[in-house]
Design a protein around this ligand. Structure first.
Ligand code: BES
Ligand code: MN
Ligand code: ZN
Length: 498
């Protein structure tokens, strides 16, 4: 996708479609005013007659407006001016784009970037425009036999800006947005692929492909023999029931001189049946999304590499399939983790923490500045926060604040849950150092608490994306979250933001 900025009048731009907006009570956006003036008040007449709605998310496509150079004008409802924040902005852009995507537009001009959306400046308005377009245009057709030519003709997006200074910020926003779309689309593809295709081996190959031809990026795969040698018996206990070989994927992006790396660890359970503690049938197919943590950290790596950010970033993905079988781990089994601590498996469905703990211990060799794990870890997190906020846990207040802020800025938010010592009580075991489950109460937190036993002395945070990584129902599919939040975090760390 190509992007450009312009300060020219919305009515005078020869484009396939110009996007303008109308607020409640008929207040026109800056671009809409220009269209209205050029068309001799036609827009106001349409607002008055009720043919154009100011309801947030509504969109009407007008064609052949007198005095307007563009072939089409997409008028979107913006709601109340006071409520027009970055979310309303994204809703409006999405509404316009889904209308536009049904026509054959090759280029569009978004004039909504002229509106003050909360305190978002030109950079974030441009970035969110690009990300929203990427989201609306995303299609997953890889597994359809009759693949319609689903390529969108849309190839060029204009962003209206008020000044030269804003133009530079908007171009940077568009460039970053484009790279984030690349990372999110990769994360969505990996999440959406069926579990018989997207195996641990497939994830490993994808990570290797990303590194090919990139001098700053290397990928190494640790196989089961090496895992045994390293003492990763907790990870290996999860893969015992399947024939699919487990992989530990290790990606290293080096472009930050001698600085200590940021390490992202992503849960890569390519299918979670629950194992011997088998899950119930309904919606079990959605457990193909149990590798979305892995997909999001690999996606973030793709974004960072595309932008050639000046940073050292490592990605570590424990990838396994969790199945029952005669060799599978059973409740009561005890394993020694790579850290030396022993774990009593009371529920084989609490497998995410069992692979993550060894991946966290493995990651110590990189002497991380900061380490963040990302996982579809608990149904309890979905109960606690629903599907809007990612769950965030950390002992480090400054790091937690930094992640929350990155999420707010990127419109990909997290909410912190407490991680105090009392929760450790629930993990007590009569037979091993601790158990892998802590009962129903505070299930998201006891999972975080389990992981914290492996992160002593590290600057660590845990993201539970069980609610945010994919959508259920009619729009079932991976969301690509939290690639925007993680990318924002990394960009902020290496001063790549304006
Ligand atoms: N992958 C699941 C978590 C999950 C469940 C995410 C449903 C999204 C929707 C995880 O491996 C799991 O099964 N967790 C158990 C933990 C329990 C056994 C302590 C859960 O949440 O039920
Ligand atoms: Mn599970
Ligand atoms: Zn799982």
């Amino acid at each position: 996708m190509d992007y450009f900025t312009t300060t020219s009048n919305a009515a005078k731009r020869a484009t396939d479609c110009v996007i303008v907006g109308v607020y409640d009570r008929g207040k026109l956006s800056a671009g809409a005013s220009e269209i209205d003036t050029a068309s001799n008040g036609e827009l106001r007449r349409l607002v008055k007659s009720g043919d154009v709605s100011s309801r947030s998310g509504r969109c009407v496509l007008l064609t052949n407006l007198n005095g307007v150079k563009a072939a089409r004008v997409a008028v979107v409802g913006l709601g109340k001016p006071d409520d027009f924040d970055i979310h309303a902005f994204c809703r409006a852009v999405a509404a316009a784009l889904s209308t536009v995507s049904e026509s054959k537009c090759k280029d569009v001009l978004n004039t909504l970037t002229l509106e003050g959306a909360g305190d978002a400046g030109a950079y974030y308005l441009a970035r969110q425009t690009v990300q929203t377009i990427g989201d609306v245009l995303y299609r997953f057709t890889e597994m359809k036999s009759k693949r319609k030519d689903s390529r969108m003709p849309l190839g060029k997006v204009g962003l209206s800006v008020a000044s030269r200074g804003d133009a530079a910020k908007a171009m940077l926003g568009a460039k970053h947005g484009d790279a984030i779309v690349e990372g999110m689309s990769l994360a969505k593809d990996l999440g959406n692929l069926p579990p018989n295709v997207c195996t641990p081996t497939y994830l490993a190959r994808t990570a290797q492909k990303l590194a090919k031809g990139n001098g700053k990026l290397t990928t190494r795969i640790v196989n089961e023999t090496d895992m045994k040698r390293l003492g990763m018996h907790s990870l290996l206990s999860v893969t015992a029931g399947t024939n699919e070989p487990a992989k530990l994927i290790v990606m290293q992006y080096k472009n930050g001189g001698k600085s200590k790396p940021i390490v992202l660890v992503g849960k890569g359970v390519t299918f979670d049946s629950g194992g011997i503690s088998l899950k119930p049938g309904p919606a079990m197919d959605e457990m193909k999304f149990d590798m979305c943590g892995a997909a999001s950290v690999i996606g973030t790596m793709a974004t960072v590499a595309a932008l050639k950010l000046p940073v050292n970033l490592n990605v570590v993905v424990p990838a396994v399939e969790n199945l029952p079988g005669s060799k599978a781990t059973v409740p009561g089994d005890i394993f020694k983790s790579m850290s030396g601590q022993t774990i009593e498996i009371l529920n084989t469905d609490a497998e995410g923490r069992l692979i993550l703990c060894d991946a966290l211990t493995y990651s110590r060799r990189f002497k991380p500045d900061t380490i963040i794990d990302v996982a579809t870890l608990t149904g309890a997190c979905v109960i606690a926060l629903g599907k809007h906020h990612t769950g965030l846990m950390s002992h480090d207040d400054a790091l937690a604040d930094e992640i929350v802020e990155a999420g707010v800025n990127a419109s990909d938010r997290a909410w912190r849950l407490p991680l105090s010592d009392e929760y450790a009580e629930q993990l007590k075991s009569n037979f091993a150092d601790f158990a892998n489950v802590g009962g129903r109460d505070g299930g998201a937190i006891t999972a975080g608490c389990f992981l914290s036993k492996f992160t002593d002395g590290l600057k660590w945070a845990h993201l539970d994306i069980a609610g945010t990584a994919w959508k259920s129902g009619q729009k079932k599919g991976a969301t690509g979250r939290p690639v925007p939040m993680l990318s924002e975090f990394v960009m902020s760390r290496c001063n790549a933001l304006p």
